[in-house]
Ligand binder design. Structure first.
Ligand SMILES: C=CC1=C(C)c2cc3[nH]c(cc4nc(cc5[nH]c(cc1n2)c(C)c5CCC(=O)O)C(CCC(=O)O)=C4C)c(C)c3C=C
Ligand SMILES: [Fe+2]
Ligand SMILES: [Fe+2]
Length: 347
């Protein structure tokens, strides 16, 4: 029988330093997140980052935590439950890090008689630190514990027409009653080095954008290319003028150069340029989470207003909205019926 495995990033058990620490430990010790040699990663993570960051992150998590738990987990569960209502196949939800493990989700599917799994990483764009690490982990667990199961992965859906439509409609919805001068598409950042590492040609990606209009197989795994494609397609769908839209990258860690422009610098630049009413959309995330609710909706607003902005709105992620649920249900049901994937690297 066929079944569906949805995988998102995961959250700590609670917004306390005690619970944030093991979560960050697992997350940042992932060789696809901090891709230094193991001895150096161990030194950086356990010797430096984990000494101070859990306390700081716990404070941020406490600001956005819900009675039911982490917004990312709760919203992903609501989404999975709604997708389940639209398909006969069993649907399970796992997280790459934390207690809601991928192994348990695969076991849940197995217990329901599933031996053919459609894996859907809940990331619209391919990055080694998000999409790729999910795929690798699922295949590791499958090979070790569920060798009889087959796994097919839905590719990154950043430019799929149904996804673009659902995202664009959610923006229209979010902009009701909000007068804006500018819409900022703020994507989670990654180190520039990761772009080069993920380029199978080893020479295509130049990071500066000069490569992105030249067709290449590199784009299938180029996060930068993919996020700019999402912006362009939404811009076209909504008929937005060039000068009213821009893209930027948030949530960087200290150290290496990360993709630019940086969202916090953009808040200041846009306010100074007279874009006084700013709408911010965060399409790298399908579910609201720490990075959208705290960094963008709270901190971002403060930064923009301090720089001279007058009005600010974070447009929520698609979360469990009906249109997005229906898109996902269509993709998984098409796969069940035909064995074909609605999303391919070229769609
Ligand atoms: C869009 C997908 C994501 C990519 C790509 C990504 C890369 C990436 N992240 C870190 C470090 C941290 N990210 C943190 C939180 C976080 N990251 C994503 C998604 C992507 N990360 C999400 C959805 C969340 C929120 C989780 C939640 O519980 O709500 C954190 C933890 C919080 C903090 O301490 O700031 C860290 C750390 C790196 C280093 C990286 C690429 C190399
Ligand atoms: Fe992150
Ligand atoms: Fe490029």
């Amino acid at each position: 029988m066929k079944g569906v495995l949805l995988v998102n990033l995961g959250s700590p058990e609670s917004p306390t330093a005690k619970d944030v620490k093991p979560y960050l430990d697992e997350f940042l010790m992932d060789e696809r997140v901090i891709d230094a040699p193991k001895w150096l990663r161990t030194f950086l993570v356990k010797g430096i980052i984990l000494q101070t960051r859990p306390k700081k992150s716990a404070k941020a998590y406490a600001k956005i935590w819900w009675d039911e738990g982490s917004p990312l987990i709760v919203l992903s569960e609501r989404f999975a439950n709604k997708v389940q209502q639209h398909t006969k196949m069993p649907v399970a939800l796992g997280m790459r890090y934390g207690k809601m493990t991928i192994k348990n989700a695969l076991q849940e599917l197995k217990d329901k008689g599933v031996d053919e799994v459609l894996l859907v990483p809940l990331y619209p764009h391919y990055a080694m630190s998000s999409f790729e690490t999910v795929v690798v982990k699922v295949l590791e667990e499958q090979q070790q514990y569920f060798p009889e199961m087959g796994v097919t992965t839905l590719p990154a859906f950043y430019k799929n027409a149904d996804y673009i439509q659902a995202l664009s409609e959610s923006i229209i919805d979010g902009l009701k009653d909000f007068e804006y001068d500018h819409i900022l598409f703020s994507y989670h950042g990654i180190p520039e080095r990761h772009i080069r590492k993920s380029d199978p040609t080893r020479f295509h990606c130049k990071i500066d954008g000069s490569c992105c209009k030249i067709n290449s197989v590199a784009h299938n795994t180029c996060y930068r290319h993919q996020v700019y494609d999402t912006t362009e397609m939404v811009k076209a769908y909504l008929g937005l003028p060039e000068e009213q839209v821009s893209s930027s990258f948030q949530s960087r860690l200290a150290g290496d150069p990360w993709l630019k422009p940086y969202t916090d610098f953009e808040f200041v630049r846009l306010a100074k340029e007279g874009k006084k009413r700013l709408a911010v959309i965060t399409p790298a995330f399908v579910s609201d989470c720490l990075e959208t609710l705290e960094e963008i909706a709270m901190e971002g607003k403060e930064q923009f207003m301090e720089a001279g902005g007058e009005d600010y709105k974070h447009i929520p992620c698609m979360n469990d909205n009906e249109a997005w649920v229906k898109v996902m249900a269509k993709w998984v049901n098409d796969w069940e019926a035909t064995g074909e994937l609605a999303v391919t690297p070229s769609t």
